[in-house]
Design a binder for this molecule. Structure first.
Ligand code: BGC
Ligand code: BGC
Length: 677
């Protein structure tokens, strides 16, 4: 695996250093007053993860074990500049460590001096574009969901004194913008194990965002999906913490620069805090049964690393942990995220997520959720007091503002909380350059040539090449350009299917995507003349089949056995599971007629389809490759060596799910598997 210098993996080197006794000290402010709840960590810089962490007590004191030579003590607290000290061998007492007030706070003070509580409540509101006013004041943000995009929204949104940020799910490129470059979904990037590549993708997406006047991204998902039955597996980089840490931070470096200082920087959103990939049976928006230890070990490191890397926004999850809906989980939002990790940006709700906390587990037609009897207003109080700073309320922004005014007037939410939330939102806007430069970076804004540019498409093609995982190859691959190849199957010539969801619609599209190259067209580009029009003429048949696009719970598998089945669609909003028998029969018929058959599978997750894999002569997993289908032919013809490795353990059958590296189960193919030639 190719590791970034910031990855989790550097942690292993720490143990080699000589152990030293525990250290102690106190944290004070510039007036010498003790700072309570400052986060003290021991780190091996530039590693983004700490090896030990504690909080100062009421007297500002701390003690911490395992500080070693060549490590650093990093102290953080929202509102202050971080302090970094080198660990000195044999030094035990570090005395008073002074935290200086962050100068950004003075700027925020002066902006807030002119704001009323109503202005602040409006900052805390994310309405649906084209709305820019919330309770008559300027909203903090506006979004549009999958399937909608307004090219001119910025003309209203960005000319405000405090610009209204415009948020979209650019989870694999600008899915709803015509001719944008669509990169492989994160699961495919996980297969590349290439953080430098993911960083370049982060930058390319930021460039296309500015070109399209979008300044807020609801990405990256740094989820660690554990159960293939979950409809959002493909949105994560893979089943291990390492992949989310390494590739999530690489994406942020690309979007924001090494120190959140790139000229093209946009605001990234980490999602979904926390444990969204751990729900029981993989139910979307369901409950995760987890211990605190498991949360900290498996799901928290990607947040720690991504916050160190400069992410300014965290989206809370619709899911619950041991029954607690994540929008109202004060122990995790305020306790862990804002205090222990000293996150000083803002926490945003998911789509009408505060309201969803009144019926935890609700997911479309699948589940009405638990009827709690909690009112909408109580849910708002609970969420804001738990530490939520911005409400994503596309269909209830006015109702949210109304309830907030009442809750503040009656003292159920303190003015202090409102001010803290506003401060956090303004910090993020200042750091993103949105106050100094509301029109955005001139070199990138409105530069429409960057949308789907040749350079970005080439980058996406490289990502496709590196993401392909070859599971089986009985002397079929690489194909020869002199071979006669018949390229067929439901997904061979349909770019909507190869892009998956969050492309030209929330649930994706069953039609072609503007500007995209199909897998079949890619064959003609890479090996002109190799493709034949009928199976009879062919030596090898490339059979491109797979899952149809789905988003969120639409892709959940709930209920019947999905062994040897693939998700299909009768209409755009209704999925079903179809047996692989017909594909197997087709493969056998071709083989009987003397052809070799290479299956290319388009999928958002490993599928328990062992009999189909057994039937094929070669089996290639292409994940959800996006707009640059030619990357598939590049690898199949051996123009580029296959290097992709499984980002998930591949199950033998449905009964094995959940199956993950380290759980002792033996799948059909292990995590990290991938053939080459
Ligand atoms: C999803 C989020 C997404 C948001 C905005 C929600 O349904 O869970 O991942 O960012 O919608 O589209
Ligand atoms: C939006 C999505 C959103 C979803 C949440 C859809 O209407 O387009 O972006 O994630 O609703 O339920």
């Amino acid at each position: 695996m190719k590791l970034s210098k910031f990855g989790i993996f550097a942690l292993t080197t720490i143990t080699a250093a000589t152990a030293q006794a525990s250290i102690k000290g106190s944290v004070v402010d510039e007036s010498g007053n003790p700072v309570h709840n400052a986060a003290v960590t021991i780190r091996t810089l530039p590693n983004l993860l700490s090896s030990a962490r504690t909080l100062t007590n009421d007297k500002g004191s701390f003690s911490l074990g395992n500080a070693k030579k060549n490590q650093s003590i990093v102290v953080r607290k929202a509102g202050f500049l971080p302090e970094t000290l080198s660990v000195v061998p044999n030094k035990k007492d570090y005395g008073n460590i002074t935290l200086k007030r962050d100068p950004i706070e003075n700027r925020i003070d002066s902006i807030m001096a002119n704001m009323t509580i109503d202005d602040m409540i409006a900052q805390m509101t994310q309405a649906q574009a084209p709305t820019t006013t919330c309770g008559g004041k300027i909203c903090g943000s506006a979004l549009q969901g999958g399937g909608s995009y307004m090219a001119d929204f910025y003309t209203k949104a960005w000319k405000q004194k405090i610009p209204v940020t415009y948020g979209k799910d650019n989870v694999h490129g600008l899915g709803d913008v015509n001719n944008a470059t669509i990169f492989p979904h994160n699961i495919g990037l996980g297969a590349t194990r290439d953080s430098a590549l993911v960083r370049r993708i982060g930058q390319a997406v930021a460039e296309e965002m500015w070109a399209a006047h979008i300044d807020l991204n609801f990405a990256p998902a740094i989820t660690v999906p554990q159960d293939e039955r979950w409809g959002r597996v493909y949105e994560g980089f893979g089943e291990t913490t390492e992949l989310a840490v390494d590739l999530g931070t690489a994406f942020i470096r690309g979007q924001q620069g090494e120190k959140n200082d790139a000229e093209w920087r946009v605001t990234t959103t980490l999602k979904h805090f926390i444990g969204d990939g751990a729900t029981d049976k993989g139910y979307d928006r369901g409950n995760a049964t987890l211990t605190d230890k498991e949360i900290r070990k498996k799901y928290l490191p990607p947040y720690e690393a991504s916050i160190e890397q400069g992410a300014q926004s965290v989206m809370v999850s619709f899911s619950q942990i041991n029954g607690v809906h994540q929008h109202v989980d004060s122990a995790r939002i305020t306790g862990i995220l804002k205090t222990e990790l000293a996150f000083d940006g803002y926490v945003i709700a998911d789509w009408e997520g505060i309201e969803s906390s009144t019926t935890p587990g609700a997911a479309g037609d699948y589940s009405p959720g638990l009827v709690t009897g909690i009112t909408s207003s109580e849910a708002i109080r609970n969420a804001i007091n738990a530490g939520l700073d911005m409400a994503m309320v596309p269909s209830s922004s006015e109702a949210f503002v109304g309830s907030m005014k009442e809750l503040v007037a009656s003292g159920k939410i303190s003015q202090e909380r409102i001010k803290d939330a506003t401060r956090r939102i303004l910090r993020a806007k200042i750091r993103a350059g949105r106050i100094d430069n509301p029109n955005g970076p001139a070199a990138y804004v409105g530069v429409t040539q960057n949308i789907g540019s040749a350079a970005h498409r080439q980058l996406a093609r490289e990502a496709v090449q590196k993401s392909l995982v070859i599971l089986k190859n009985k002397k079929v691959l690489p194909l020869n350009t002199n071979d006669k190849v018949f390229v067929t199957g439901s997904h061979a010539n349909n770019t909507g299917l190869q892009c998956g969801a969050w492309t030209q619609g929330w649930q994706g599209s069953l039609e072609n995507i503007p500007g995209a190259t199909s897998i079949q067209a890619g064959f003609d580009e890479v090996a002109q003349g190799a493709r034949v029009a009928t199976e009879k003429e062919a030596g090898t048949i490339v059979y491109v089949i797979g899952e149809v696009p789905y988003a969120e719970w639409f892709g959940d598998y709930r209920g019947k056995d999905f062994n040897n089945k693939i998700i299909t669609k009768e209409d755009p909003k209704k999925v079903s599971f179809s047996s692989t028998d017909e594909y197997i029969a087709q493969i056998k018929a071709w083989q009987k007629a003397g052809h070799k058959v290479a299956v290319v599978l388009i999928t958002g997750r490993p599928l328990p389809i062992t009999s189909l894999i057994n039937a094929a002569d070669a089996f290639v997993v292409a994940w959800l490759p996006g707009s640059e289908g030619a990357g598939v032919a590049d690898v199949l013809f051996g123009k580029v060596k296959p290097t992709g490795k499984l980002p998930h353990t591949w199950p033998k059958d449905a009964k094995q799910i959940p199956i993950n590296v380290g759980d002792g189960k033996k799948g059909l193919f292990p995590y990290g598997f991938g053939l080459s030639y």
